[in-house]
Design a protein. Structure first.
Length: 244
């Protein structure tokens, strides 16, 4: 080899910066994936806002619970006794919506006709002796358990999990129902309990109770601290409380 000859580099000079560039690129991609999963792959993103189409004319909570003032337990009769909140049998709906039984006060013929059309599916189901296939909205995974009776009897209002149902023409999921969300409530018990006689009075719960700071809440001589003291036990934080 001649002394004046030079070896040609195998890779171009810019390849010297390649390892550094790849290090930052890969790490940035990993951080973006983790951040995306942290935000998007959660019940809060995928489930909050869930609002399925219900059979027939649906069930307008704004009219029944809001304007007419029907108590939640008129339809969901077992929430104080059972783990699961039952939906009413067709005969419960038919009790009000039988042909010609419900008259709309001050309503025009057009309104009455529209009402009959929207509730015809109830009469059809009753005549066929078949249940109305309502679609579940608030569903926890099979590996988790949520006893409605325990929460209702402890003083947890329907509002805490389901939101202001009385104002919903169509029910929509407003809370994630995730494990972290449940644990936040168990850790801050005083802020989430309401007087038991008011658990289904959602307007009062939202505008009279939760609208005040915790230390200013009082009803019938009871404060949040006293409501918590009435519990048989502190809300559990261990895994086996919900996963068994």
């Amino acid at each position: 080899m001649n002394e004046g000859s030079k070896l040609k580099p195998i890779f171009p000079k810019w390849m010297n910066a390649f390892p550094t560039v790849m290090f930052f690129a890969v790490n940035t991609a990993v951080i973006c994936v983790i951040a995306g999963m942290w935000y998007y792959a959660t019940p809060k993103f995928w489930e909050v806002g869930y609002m399925p189409t219900q059979p027939g004319g649906g069930f307008n909570h704004q009219i029944h619970a809001g304007r007419l003032g029907m108590d939640c337990r008129y339809c969901h009769t077992n929430v104080e006794k059972a783990w699961h909140a039952n939906v009413p049998a067709v005969k419960t709906c038919y009790g009000c919506h039988a042909e010609g039984k419900l008259l709309i006060s001050g309503g025009s013929d057009g309104i009455s006709k529209l009402h009959n059309e929207k509730t015809q599916f109830i009469r059809d189901s009753y005549d066929a002796d078949k249940p109305i296939e309502w679609r579940n909205i608030h569903v926890v995974p099979d590996y988790a358990n949520f006893p409605h009776n325990a929460h209702i009897n402890a003083g947890v209002s329907c509002y805490s999990c389901h939101g202001q149902i009385e104002g919903m023409p169509v029910v929509v999921q407003v809370e994630s129902l995730s494990m972290g969300w449940c644990l936040d409530c168990h850790r801050d018990t005083e802020a989430n309990l309401v007087p038991k006689e008011r658990i289904t009075d959602l307007w009062w719960v939202e505008n009279e109770w939760f609208a005040k700071p915790v230390d200013e809440r009082q009803h019938g001589g009871k404060t949040p601290e006293e409501l918590k003291a009435m519990l048989m036990r502190d809300p559990p934080l261990h895994c086996s409380a919900c996963h068994f």
